[in-house]
Design a binder for this molecule. Structure first.
Ligand code: ZN
Length: 627
């Protein structure tokens, strides 16, 4: 963790350095003069006739996204090696550093640094017509150089190769950060393909990356919801001057063109902690989870610490049909027994059941085709035990004492059946700033429901029309921890100008329901019951975790292509005594009867959080602490 930390701060430092000094560094390198003074054998008059320009865009000018501590998420500045068109013969004053004069050892060393051999590099240098960044062999992106490599390449001084700062949008690797989204060619350009639903302009970013001058716009995630703010005021490019044959004019240097504005592009700081985000992506991969989502929230603020969606996606290579770019953390899924939190809340608030009340479960409910998953039934069971062991009979009985309206009200009070993501009107020049605008509202009952008792009973155990997003599920637990007040999960916390000056701090706020809230007493009771789930219920396998944990499991029946499948859920919080985080884990499309992957992953996520907290007990969690 220490090494990671050091590396991260190294990157932060490098990014800051680049951001402030990038253009000045180009001068300092001495590779180019930054001016366009003609030299050599070309008379000025002739220059004017023959010269034309060949440019490379180094930065589209689009705003940048960072994690909570400044780790770059989108728009990271890297060092890269740019190949320039070969110089035209310059008569007697041949520089020792032209491609012809480059000494063989330097060329070999440069080739090695670029991951190629001297012959290929020489050929590439001969054939350049348009300046381009040397590509990475692994991902379709310019090769990212370390500071040492960049420095060494500059010192080698091989003609036709310069080290320049380059702003890459993403790293080009598979990840679970669908909330970042992706950019694609602007519809306004007329070149964008339409998505499968006819509305989304989707075009593989792979096909447009080669030309950063084309207009692009955010098509999903924060790239889309923040589009009006991310849009830059023009790109930064480096220009070489060439003669009629496309050869670089000797001594003509390179020119940097950049919008002269200290304020743009803007920098967006999210609430996400990249160490957690990456750690959870890794855990999900290790567990072999193909579909689902994990959401981790700070318990008191509702700030999103991590949000992982599976399958993973590559923001550089989006396929319109794949759908892997959908953020499943924001999509509603059948909740199964985690919805019993809502039913229990409704029953306690309505006073139709008391915690110690005793029920009898024979395994078959006897109506609506409903049964309890425990074969032979739970026998004599209290309400609290019924919650801990997830007894369907107990919750069906509760549902029969409630109205649809009471269930709907409890759901809404806990932030279900409605969008809960942080949003604010009249902010940053937008009528509504809603970073998580793509979130689904979810449902309790279908719009056409008619107070049907069978439907109510099915809904009370989280089946039928009930649908909840993983974000809502994690937020529901945060609502309980806040005594019944749901926070509005926040992902964006501050926006800075390019020069580092602060533009806005976006304060956390609550997401109260228009129909009211549940009482602190009910919230506190449910939190205790969630502890019983772990000590003596369906979450017993979490007893050995680093923290004492509490939560609720769910196994929902769904259909995938006509076949019976399960959604596995676990929602909860930790540590039990002093809760710091809530989390929701959803694993989708599992074969009925397979081991509960969501309980396992929840335990692993909480262990990761415990380790992170331990290694960093000096961190400052809120904006107020950071001033
Ligand atoms: Zn039962």
């Amino acid at each position: 963790m220490t090494a990671h930390r050091r590396m991260k701060w190294g990157l932060v430092f490098l990014t800051a350095l680049l951001g402030l000094l990038a253009l000045r560094l180009i001068w300092i390198q001495g590779v180019m003069s930054g001016r366009t003074v003609p030299g050599g054998e070309y008379p000025l008059a002739k220059m004017a006739e023959v010269q034309s320009e060949r440019e490379i865009v180094l930065d589209t000018g689009r705003g940048r996204l960072f994690d909570q501590s400044g780790f770059p998420l989108a728009g990271e500045t890297i060092w890269t090696a740019v190949l320039l068109p070969p110089e035209a013969a310059a008569g007697p004053r041949v520089s020792a550093k032209t491609e012809h004069g480059a000494n063989a050892a330097a060329l070999r060393r440069l080739a090695a640094l670029l991951g190629t051999d001297a012959e290929r590099l020489k050929k590439a240098l001969r054939e350049v017509r348009q300046p381009y960044a040397w590509p990475s062999p692994k991902v379709e992106e310019p090769l990212a150089l370390t500071f040492q490599q960049a420095d060494e390449i500059s010192r080698l001084g091989v003609g036709g190769v310069v080290v320049l700062p380059y702003s890459r949008r993403y790293g080009g690797e598979m990840n679970g950060r669908q909330w970042i989204g992706y950019v694609s060619e602007s519809v306004a350009s007329g070149n964008a393909a339409k998505g499968p639903d006819g509305s989304l302009p989707i075009r593989s970013i792979r096909s447009i990356r080669s030309d950063l001058r084309r207009p692009m716009e955010g098509t999903a995630g924060l790239e889309k919801t923040l589009e009006p703010l991310l849009r830059g005021i023009g790109h930064t490019e480096v220009v070489a001057r060439v003669d009629a044959e496309g050869k670089r004019l000797p001594g003509s240097g390179l020119t940097v063109r950049t919008p002269r504005n200290p304020y743009y592009p803007l920098s967006f700081y999210t609430t996400v902690d990249m160490r957690l985000q990456e750690g959870i992506e890794k855990l999900a991969r290790q567990d072999g989870i193909k579909e689902g989502a994990v959401v981790v929230l700070h318990a008191q603020t509702g700030d999103i610490a991590a949000m992982v969606s599976l399958p993973l996606y590559n923001p550089e290579d989006i396929s319109p049909e794949g759908g892997e770019w959908n953020n499943r953390a924001l999509q509603a899924a059948v909740p199964g027994s985690i919805f019993k939190l809502v039913t229990a809340a409704a029953a306690l608030e309505a006073g139709v059941a008391s915690p110690g009340e005793v029920f009898h479960c024979s395994g078959e409910y006897g109506r609506y085709g409903l049964s309890c998953p425990k074969e032979g039934g739970h026998g004599i069971i209290t309400l609290e035990q019924g919650f801990a062991k997830s007894c369907n009979t107990v919750f069906a009985a509760l549902a029969e004492r409630l109205s649809d309206a009471q269930l709907e009200a409890a759901a809404s009070a806990l932030g279900l059946g409605r969008p809960v993501g942080w949003r604010q009107a009249d902010t940053l020049g937008l009528p509504l700033l809603a970073p998580l605008a793509a979130e689904q509202a979810g449902t309790v009952f279908a719009p056409s429901h008619a107070n049907d008792p069978g439907a109510r009973v099915q809904t009370a155990i989280g089946q039928r029309d009930a649908a909840v997003t993983p974000l809502q599920a994690a937020n529901m637990v945060a609502a309980l921890l806040r005594g019944g007040e749901p926070p509005a999960p926040r992902i964006l916390r501050r926006v800075d100008f390019a020069n580092g000056q602060n533009l806005a701090v976006l304060q956390p706020h609550a997401a109260p329901s228009p129909v009211g809230r549940i009482s602190p007493g009910t919230a506190s009771l449910l939190l205790q019951w969630m502890r019983t789930v772990v000590t003596d219920g369906t979450g017993r396998q979490l007893r050995g975790a680093n923290w004492e944990l509490a939560g609720k499991s769910g196994t929902a029946q769904t259909q995938v292509k006509g076949a019976a499948r399960n959604n596995q859920w676990f929602v909860g919080y930790g540590p039990y005594e002093q809760p710091l985080y809530t989390a929701a884990v959803l694993v989708q499309n599992r074969a009925p009867g397979s081991p509960h992957a969501a309980v396992k992953l929840f335990g692993e996520v909480m262990d990761l959080l415990a380790e992170t907290e331990k290694s960093e007990n000096t961190r400052m969690p809120s904006d107020t602490a950071k001033g």
